[in-house]
Design a protein around this ligand. Structure first.
Ligand SMILES: [Zn+2]
Length: 501
């Protein structure tokens, strides 16, 4: 495993290039291009170049997906953000809707978000707030009929916490890094439970969202490296300010990280460019992260479906998690970038490899195939742990696979291999059970499912699962029935023994 790893490393080092994007000043002689933020709601042409050729057909689908136009202004201090949001929401449900529910996540992430000047189709609206002000309920003056759309506009302000104490520090300005997660009013998913919103437990993911389209403009001080979900479509510099516009979609969220200390290394593999950002002294870690991501994207693209975007970004942040997934971008904890040394008694490079492979796996399971991350965390976390096992098998052979499997076993052993169901909501696990069961036993369930179905049938099922639920939301029952259809077998006993409470 070590020898193979070393040879891959040296090969990649030869291919890698260092690339600092140069700002493109507006030429006074050129005809001014139309402002991308003013394109019609249904115009998806700006998203095309951000998708690989085989994924572009999705632009003709998802007709009712929400379209967000967001503007963020980052002040010099970086912990005060102001913004505007205009979002076109379409009722794709089976019944008329009398309200639209938005999450204001900063209010439960140690910061604060306020909304003002709220309007629905130009009319002033008075929202009500629940869940510690993290849920904003916008009443509609008349029920929104099936297939009809409204445009909701608002101004917002975010006070970003300067510590990483809550929910792993996903939203924080700390150690000269701004990590801006879920920092705009986010429309909730409406499904058979109605509008989905709850106070998330502190140890799981917090968001659950439909695929949407985002045009985002960011005004930030010059000299700050701003990395965002999506593809940059315009960059203008004015006095002390840079103004970036990005197109991101389809996507389940928008994420941004910024630091004056980031350096970029990048490399292109076929249609996909991977960019890795960290301060100069963490360059070896940023390089290893890029290499692992390239191998993981190759493995998962071959096994499940092509990675949909033309870019993948990796940013180092002070997060307390080892890594956190976002659409087209992942945050990796700065503390594992010292890849020549140790972290928690093991080579930090091992932490970097397993973390980046896992977070890249989420681009397929959480992002391309969505699920309720609070109610069914096994559909994203357990499955992503299992695909990380496949990464080790494909890249590092049976030694790598066995090593990662023992690590999964040891996580489950931390609760003495208690047969606690893997299919419970995050909130129903006690103490260390969530990590042990969802990240340990849950991955071993997929190993057992593969054993029961046979590898060829299981691989076909996983491809079909990815294709069927791309940009949609999968449910436990739909996963089981698709597996049973594929194997023409009854999996009730297996699912009952592992999954369902
Ligand atoms: Zn994960």
């Amino acid at each position: 495993m070590k020898r193979l790893f070393a040879s891959l490393l040296s090969l990649s080092l030869i291919l890698v290039s260092c690339n600092f994007p140069a700002p493109k000043p507006d030429s006074p002689t050129s005809t001014p291009e139309p402002d991308p933020m003013t394109v019609p709601w249904d115009d998806r042409s700006l998203f095309q170049d951000g998708l690989v050729a085989s994924a572009q057909s999705v632009l003709n689908e998802l007709r009712g997906a929400s379209v967000y136009h967001i503007e963020f202004t980052l002040a010099g201090s970086l912990d005060q953000i102001t913004g505007t949001e205009a979002v076109r929401y379409t009722n794709t449900e089976a019944i008329p809707l009398e309200e639209i529910h938005f999450r204001l996540f900063p209010n439960i992430l140690g910061g604060e978000m306020t909304v003002s000047n709220l309007r629905v189709d130009g009319r002033v609206a008075s929202p009500r707030y629940e869940l510690a002000n993290s849920l904003m309920i916008v009443p509609l003056s008349a029920p929104l009929e099936v297939g009809q759309s409204v445009v909701v506009r608002m101004d917002f302000a975010v006070n970003v916490p300067q510590t990483v104490n809550l929910n792993y520090g996903v939203l924080a300005y700390n150690d000269d890094v701004l990590a801006l997660a879920h920092a705009y009013p986010v429309i909730c998913v409406f499904n058979d439970e109605g509008w989905n919103a709850e106070l998330p437990p502190p140890d799981g993911d917090i968001s659950f969202a439909d695929a949407a389209f985002y045009l985002v403009r960011i005004r930030a001080p010059k000299g700050l490296m701003v990395i965002a979900s999506g593809r940059e479509i315009r960059r203008v510099e004015e006095d002390q300010t840079q103004v970036l516009t990005v197109a991101n979609g389809p996507a389940r969220d928008f994420y941004l990280a910024a630091s004056p200390h980031y350096e970029e290394i990048s490399q292109t593999f076929g249609e996909v460019t991977i960019r890795s950002y960290a301060p100069k002294e963490m360059r070896d870690g940023a390089q290893l992260a890029l290499e692992v991501a390239s191998r993981a994207i190759e493995v998962f693209s071959r096994r499940y479906a092509p990675y949909p975007y033309t870019e993948f970004d990796i940013v180092s942040t002070p997060t307390l998690a080892l890594g956190i997934e976002y659409p087209g971008i992942t945050a990796i904890a700065s503390r594992i970038y010292g890849v020549g040394g140790e972290y928690r008694g093991a080579p930090a490079s091992q932490y970097m490899e397993s973390t980046v492979a896992h977070e890249v796996g989420h681009q397929w399971f959480y992002h391309l195939v969505g699920n309720d991350q609070l109610d069914d965390p096994w559909l994203d976390e357990s499955l992503t742990q299992f695909v990380t096992l496949q990464y080790y098998a494909d890249v590092n052979g049976s030694d790598g696979e066995d090593g990662f499997r023992s690590w999964l076993e040891s996580r489950w052993e931390s609760v003495n291999k208690a047969e606690i169901p893997i299919g419970m909501p995050v909130a129903d696990y006690q103490g260390g059970e969530y990590g042990a069961i969802v990240y340990g036993r849950g991955a071993l369930f997929f190993d057992a499912l593969r054993g029961e179905m046979g590898t060829v049938t299981f691989d076909a099922f996983m491809r079909k699962y990815t294709e069927t639920f791309s940009w949609q939301i999968a449910m436990p029952e739909t996963m089981q029935s698709l597996a049973e259809q594929t194997c023409a077998c009854d999996l009730d006993a297996l699912f009952a023994g592992w999954v369902y409470p």
